[in-house]
Write a protein that binds this ligand. Structure first.
Ligand code: ADP
Ligand code: MG
Length: 384
């Protein structure tokens, strides 16, 4: 018999009926957007905070309340939600947005083929001529900003007022990356951030209460004890109070317990679940590296017990020849090593070598097998 009574409650896109500890944020988002109910344009709004602090959940919750409080025959109100990371490209974001607008047949946006300018023209024309009142939520907007043309598109949206009247678009940007504002044109920032809201990390105690509530509907009785929930909250909260991580940890611990034929989740399940999440995180981080970073990581793995910059550069250079890719300078290699260090994939620390000066000691932070297995999925590295 399964330990779960409703596993879906622990899935990442589940929006609970209540969001404890987020009343202030929920009220504020609702208040900023409420003018739309009286046909006037709400201010643009920017939300930011680290991952798992409830940004997406709060916004989705408010959007569904808004939808519920407007009459179904009200066709000029459009609420569009796009996750710009999932939509991948600027074109993809616009096409997904256009999907909410019900463009006339001849103006539909095909999967590919139009210029960005043409897509924008069709969207704006449609909003203007149908006097649409639009709320456009761009979740994980920092990804859009990093795309080529992403910043430019945002600029056009924030300056779109005259081109849209009597229709309008209110923009809601959500970012997990607190630094993303630095990459934004200051004019875009001041417009997008007419209203700003910061989501603080949850405390361990808040995580504990959130988990307790979820566990009640997710598991059969006595599967997730208070002690198990405490441990999940404490482990997930040790970096920053990330509710997603806490919920994932509890779900995976439940899966581990189930697979091992246990009746309840014990400490061992939770630790094994945490290890598994770490392995998955590392895998995912490796997979999404650019080819040069992969090559450098692979070169590091050729040295059991660590290496130094000079030795590594020689190994890296010959690897580049084998792969047929450009060989970067030693300086660039050092920069990329810093990135790999930040991702927790290598440790690159400066060590003193007495009179011979200082050098870097560089070490792989995962098993060589793990790295080789994940890299071999990339056709470029498969042959090695
Ligand atoms: P963010 O968008 O800030 O990264 P999410 O809104 O996706 O975070 O939240 C991550 C997970 O934690 C989701 O499953 C969400 O339902 C849950 N969650 C976040 N805040 C709360 C809360 N206050 N109460 C209950 N569940 C929450
Ligand atoms: Mg989110």
């Amino acid at each position: 018999m399964s330990l779960f009574s409703n596993r879906g409650v622990l899935s990442s896109d589940y929006v609970p009926a209540r969001l404890p500890f987020r009343d202030d944020q929920t009220n504020e988002v609702a208040e900023v957007l409420s003018p739309i109910l009286h046909d006037s344009k709400p201010s643009n709004l920017l939300l930011y905070g680290k991952t798992g602090t409830g940004k997406t959940a709060v916004v989705r919750y408010v959007l569904s309340e808004l939808r519920a409080s407007t009459k179904t025959d009200k066709k000029d109100l459009i609420i569009a939600y796009v996750n710009t990371r999932n939509a991948d490209t600027v074109y993809g974001v616009l096409a997904e947005f256009a999907g909410f607008l019900d463009l006339p047949e001849e103006d539909r946006i095909p999967f590919t083929g139009l210029s960005i300018a043409e897509v924008m023209k069709r969207i704006f024309r449609h909003i203007k001529s149908n006097r649409l009142h639009v709320i456009f939520v761009m979740d994980e907007i920092d990804h859009l900003v990093r795309e080529e043309d992403g910043g430019d598109i945002l600029y056009q949206f924030t300056r779109s007022g005259d081109r849209l009247t009597p229709g309008f678009i209110t923009l809601v940007g959500i970012s997990n990356d607190l630094q993303f504002k630095e990459n934004l044109d200051s004019r875009v920032l001041s417009s997008l951030g007419e209203e700003e809201l910061v989501f603080p990390p949850y405390t361990v105690d808040e995580l504990r209460q959130i988990l307790t509530e979820r566990a009640r509907s997710a598991f059969r009785p006595s599967v997730a004890s208070p002690a198990a929930i405490n441990l999940c909250a404490a482990m997930a909260g040790s970096e920053h109070g990330d509710a997603r991580r806490a919920i994932d940890l509890l779900r995976i611990a439940g899966e581990v317990a189930e697979r091992e034929g246990l009746k309840e989740i014990d400490d061992g399940c939770i630790r094994r679940a945490s290890d598994k999440m770490e392995v998955d995180r590392v895998d995912e981080a490796i997979r999404s590296l650019p080819v040069q970073n992969k090559a450098i990581l692979f070169a590091v793995s050729r040295f059991d017990g660590g290496t130094n910059t000079g030795e590594l550069y020689i190994a890296y250079s010959s690897l580049c020849k084998k792969l047929g890719i450009e060989t970067l300078t030693q300086r660039r290699l050092s920069g990329i090593l810093g990135d790999l260090d930040l991702l927790g994939l290598v440790e690159a620390s400066v060590v003193s070598k007495g009179r011979r000066g200082r050098t870097k000691k560089i070490q792989l932070l995962m098993g060589k097998d793990t790295l080789e297995k994940t890299l071999s999925e990339d056709p470029m590295f498969g042959a090695l």
